[in-house]
Design a protein around this ligand. Structure first.
Ligand code: BGC
Length: 406
């Protein structure tokens, strides 16, 4: 570990000793962003069209499809007890109605390897990508969407039964709904996130509710929820109503749809101030990350407090939080402040059950390789993994003596 990492704040300084026993301590990765070669997905198709408008292709990604055992071993040996990863619908069902048992078995292998190492697996069933055939039918807005997704949920039952401890149905429905327009937004995420189309919002909420019911029926006792992109929207003086109106279609409607779930995943990176005119105020002089978002670590605490107000009865798991920086010391700085703000929100009564850092690996950022969120760097030619000091630092913050088996 570098000198900088050694002098970075520890458990007690951050206040993590005050967390409830059994607090989940993990990393998150997404399927398409790490696996590579997801040939049957809509994103693969788009990335490989001439004039796709997508700057850089995903290609082999970081080859986690073949190297997941290494990724899991790095996670566990750093001290983490939890691992969130995605299963890729387009691999499991590459053609309408054809379930690849070989691919189901592949993911069973990931779950078994994770649990044998002492990691609790959280599965994401859908993370932005769709099977190309499903997209061609109209995707989430098509008439058969619910039936198709439930059929997929039934098909992946062996993966869940192999030892998943929790399942996230859909990753960031609110970002999915605006993904095509995100790059045009002036400050990304909090600085002018486009407003989702209400038809898409309704469709995603409908499918999520049906998915939760089906997962509970198939797997009694399984913990089920979804993860919502939740930034720290704050109000300029006197603009409380405007801030609330801004947040409502962008995340609050999705948060409320998690009522009755076992958890809601809070996925926070940044924040923004909503002005009297109802629009985000963009500060051109602000410190920014590699993807242009404002460097605002304590947004995590702010977002958690807001989620607690919107859905006070739903337990929170931070399922994504992290920062795209090239200097790893800045990642440690950001994460230490983010965690401190999380503990502050917990002290004030928020029911937070776990923290998953985005991300284990430097990965493909939806059209770009430059924004590096990883605790581990990856050589894209050899796929060699090189842990950064932040991996050992963050892993060591897990509760001492806690293993996921304990
Ligand atoms: C997504 C991830 C993405 C991360 C950082 C979240 O919106 O779930 O896929 O890589 O933010 O941009």
């Amino acid at each position: 570990m570098s000198e900088r990492a050694t002098s970075a704040p520890g458990r007690t300084e951050i206040g993590l000793d005050r967390l409830r026993p059994g607090f989940l301590w993990g990393v998150s990765v997404g399927a398409h962003q790490t696996e590579g070669g997801n040939l049957a997905s809509d994103w693969w198709y788009r990335e490989n069209q001439k004039n796709s408008g997508i700057a850089e292709r995903c290609g082999d990604a970081v080859d986690s499809y073949h190297r997941y055992d290494e990724d899991l071993a790095l996670t566990r040996s750093a001290g983490f007890t939890d691992y969130r990863f995605g299963i890729e619908w387009s691999r499991i069902e590459p053609a309408d109605g054809f379930i690849s048992l070989a691919e189901v078995d592949h993911y069973v292998g990931i779950v078994r390897t994770a649990t044998s190492l002492g990691l609790r697996p959280m599965l994401t069933l859908n993370h932005f990508t769709l099977p190309l055939w499903f997209a061609a039918q109209g995707g989430w807005l098509s008439e058969g969407a619910e039936e198709r997704f439930l059929r997929y949920i039934d098909a992946v039952a062996p993966i869940i039964a192999a030892g998943a401890s929790s399942v996230m149905t859909i990753n960031e429905p609110n970002v999915y709904a605006v993904l095509d327009r995100l790059n045009d937004a002036p400050g990304g995420l909090a600085g002018g996130l486009p407003e989702p189309d209400p038809r898409m919002t309704a469709a995603l909420i409908h499918v999520h509710r049906a998915a939760v019911a089906r997962l509970r029926a198939n797997h009694p006792g399984l913990s089920v929820g979804w993860g919502v992109s939740t930034q720290d929207y704050r109000a300029a003086p006197g603009a409380e109503e405007q801030a609330d109106r801004y947040a409502e279609p962008r995340d609050q409607v999705f948060l409320r749809a998690s009522t009755g779930d076992d958890f809601v995943g809070v996925q926070t990176y940044t924040g923004g101030i909503v002005g009297i005119d109802g629009k985000p105020i963009i500060d051109p002089a602000a410190r920014r990350t590699l993807n242009g978002w404002e460097f605002l670590p304590d947004s995590l605490g702010g977002a958690i407090r807001r989620v607690s107000r919107v859905v006070p009865d739903v337990p929170i798991i931070v399922t994504e939080n992290g920062v795209a920086v090239s200097d790893d010391a800045a990642r440690i700085e950001y994460t230490a402040e983010a965690l401190t703000s999380m503990v502050g929100a917990i002290d004030d009564g928020a029911d937070v059950r776990g923290y998953f850092h985005w991300s284990l690996l430097d990965n493909w950022e939806w059209g770009h390789w430059e924004p590096t969120f990883g605790l581990v760097a990856v050589d894209r030619r050899t796929f060699e993994r090189s842990p950064k000091p932040s991996l050992a630092w963050l892993g060591a913050l897990a509760a001492p003596g806690v293993t996921s088996r304990g």
